[in-house]
Design a protein around this ligand. Structure first.
Ligand code: SF4
Length: 607
């Protein structure tokens, strides 16, 4: 769109800034472009909940075009949870609406004097009082705002973000959430309840005919894995894996301390499968421009829910496997509560697991947890505890910032808090995906499974090695320790940064090779290679890393909880740093690396 928008909530002003073509060529869009602007405009050691902190909403480079599976946007800023660079990604329809509103990104700074919403309706920008909707949950908020701004797309925070929970996120489409990194608290600190967008601008295309032909060919070639007549992705969504990943050893059981064979057996797993969830399905849905449609709306009269999003695998595992809870209705209810409250299900599940393990081992008693009987699998007590966390009630006030901070405040149970720099680990194990330990410990946004982990991208049960992108191939022996593997760790990590910044859904890799450079050429007219894409990714990753180094963070000192350790992730990271041109002692990008990647503006901060 050629422009980004700055919004200053302190003085209530807007400012449009042109984005030079070369910045798109260097960062594409999404969190890459956000990193460039946020790095350059944020003072060192900024308070992430203070007025100088910047919160960015950036759609991917291809978002809003017809290129399939590219409907994502990214929220970015300094994470108040980990103190590191934070970004969090989300599908749905909000990302394309940023483009339709005329922008490739919206950057928000300052703090409003009272609750506000930002509206951009058919090019008219306003900051409007939101006292009447402050305190509402995200679905009530959307419904109220849709009454006022028919046809708009909305991103909002719930009560958790308002109450500055450090594990809160930002919700769009009544239940899609940019959940990780605690960025909902940043929005809450700015007293910004919602952003409401309705646009009418079009994206200029270099070659519309070529794009249309590419879309047709891609959509015709999609093959999603099936079992009998059931298409795993488009019929069951991510919960297709609920039982399988427990059996393979990938899913963490009993707060990462148990096994499927002993603690959460086939009998338990059979109660929470994708097929069981499918019994409640009302209809399918998907993100903008997606031919797969992996989402679903459920109707669950048993718990008086007329319409709710089907919980994703991460949520099912966070409140199922991790807590030994096989009560599927409780998982659906908790998912709805978390979507409404605007809070990260992975972190809430990990924090509940911490609390249960403290309780089971006598570190917390009934009085400490407001009378709840917090035993493994007690779904009623788990639901009540989640409500308390969302609303900061009783023990929930201590737990609302995640398990690490809770263990510090309570002064006990640190060994049961399974996190990386404060962010709870996602529901995949480094014992199964070997390079995941390195991602969890050392990615500039630690604790996430969506961060370019080689073994997740090419090693899952449905993955096809070398099947990621046309024009990109992995070195042959990448599965065993070797030079080939070192090269693959680097190139896939870099590749992921760049492809995410196009807005591409990570599941695209499951369906067939994605003709990324062909799509980019048809849309922007650039003759770009996959090597160029990898270099862009290396630049973005190095800038995210530089943000942390400037904050004084030495990522190499971070340690994972023993329960989550598979292979020697520290040794892996030394090799990773060397291959990225970073100092393996402290992760600091070398001067020549920064120059080679056009990141000279960083040198003065790091040297
Ligand atoms: S596969 Fe699912 S998450 Fe990915 S773009 Fe399609 S609907 Fe969205």
């Amino acid at each position: 769109m050629g422009k980004i928008l700055w919004v200053d909530l302190t003085d209530g002003t807007f400012k449009e800034v042109d984005v030079p073509e070369e910045l798109y060529q260097q960062y594409l869009g999404g969190f890459g472009l956000a990193a460039k602007y946020i790095y350059e405009n944020t003072p060192k050691n900024v308070d992430p909940l203070g007025p100088d902190a910047i919160l960015g909403f950036f759609p991917g480079f291809l978002t809003g075009t017809l290129a399939p599976l590219t409907g994502r946007y990214m929220v970015a800023g300094k994470s108040p949870l980990t103190g590191t660079w934070g970004d969090s990604h989300c599908g749905g329809f909000f990302g394309p609406e940023i483009k339709k509103s005329g922008y490739d990104g919206i950057l928000i700074k300052g703090i409003a004097s009272s609750p506000k919403i930002i509206t951009i309706i058919n090019n008219e920008k306003q900051i409007i009082d939101a006292a009447d909707i402050w305190g509402l949950d995200t679905i009530e908020t959307e419904e109220r705002l849709l009454d006022r701004y028919s046809g708009s797309r909305i991103a909002s925070i719930g009560v958790a973000g308002e109450k500055l929970s450090l594990i809160s996120g930002i919700v769009n489409d009544k239940g899609r959430i940019a959940a990780r990194s605690g960025l909902g608290a940043v929005m809450g600190s700015k007293k910004l309840k919602a952003i409401v967008l309705k646009g009418n601008q079009k994206i200029e295309l270099e070659d519309k005919d070529a794009l249309t032909q590419l879309v047709k060919e891609y959509n015709n070639g999609i093959s999603t894995a099936s079992v009998g007549s059931i298409k795993l992705w488009s019929d069951l969504g991510t919960p297709w894996m609920n039982d399988i990943v427990a059996k393979t050893g990938d899913a963490p059981i009993k707060n990462w301390g148990g096994t499927s064979a002993e603690d959460f057996t086939v009998e338990n797993l059979n109660k929470i499968t994708g097929l069981e969830l499918d019994k409640f399905k009302e209809k399918k849905y998907g993100c903008f421009g997606c031919p797969v449609q992996c989402g679903a709306i459920l109707k669950v009269p048993q718990i008086n829910i007329k319409e709710t999003h089907r919980p994703e695998y991460e949520t099912c595992a966070s409140f199922g496997h991790l807590l030994l809870n096989d009560d599927l209705l409780s998982i659906i209810e908790i998912n709805e509560l978390c979507n409404r409250g605007g809070i990260d299900t992975i972190s809430v599940g990990g924090t509940v697991a911490y609390t249960i393990e403290c309780y089971e081992n006598g570190l917390l008693n009934n009085d400490d947890v407001d009378g709840l009987e917090l035993n493994w699998g007690n779904s009623k007590a788990i639901v009540e505890l989640v409500k308390k966390i969302i609303n900061r009630n009783g023990i929930g006030d201590i737990l609302a910032d995640g398990s690490k901070i809770a263990s510090e405040k309570l002064g006990k149970g640190a060994e049961y808090a399974i996190h990386s720099m404060g962010q709870e680990l996602a529901m995949h194990s480094p014992k199964y995906y070997k390079s995941l330990g390195m991602s969890y410990a050392f990615d500039p946004t630690p604790g996430r499974h969506t961060s370019g982990c080689l073994d997740i991208m090419v090693g899952g049960p449905l993955m096809k090695p070398d099947g990621l992108f046309s024009g990109f191939s992995l070195p042959k022996k990448f599965k065993r320790p070797s030079e080939d593997r070192n090269e693959a760790l680097k190139s896939v990590s870099a590749l992921w940064q760049a492809t995410s910044c196009t807005g591409l859904c990570e599941f695209a890799y499951f369906f067939q090779k994605y003709p990324l450079i062909e799509f980019i050429k048809s849309i922007a007219g650039w003759d770009i290679t996959m090597d160029d894409i990898v270099k862009i990714g290396k630049r973005i990753q190095t800038l995210r890393q530089s943000f942390n180094i400037r904050e004084g963070i030495n990522m190499t000192k971070n340690k994972l909880p023993e329960r989550a350790v598979g292979v020697d992730y520290v040794a892996d990271y030394r090799v990773y740093c060397e291959s990225f041109g970073w100092d393996p002692e402290n992760g600091k990008p070398l001067k020549e690396t920064l120059s080679e990647l056009n990141l000279d503006f960083v040198i003065k901060d790091l040297y």
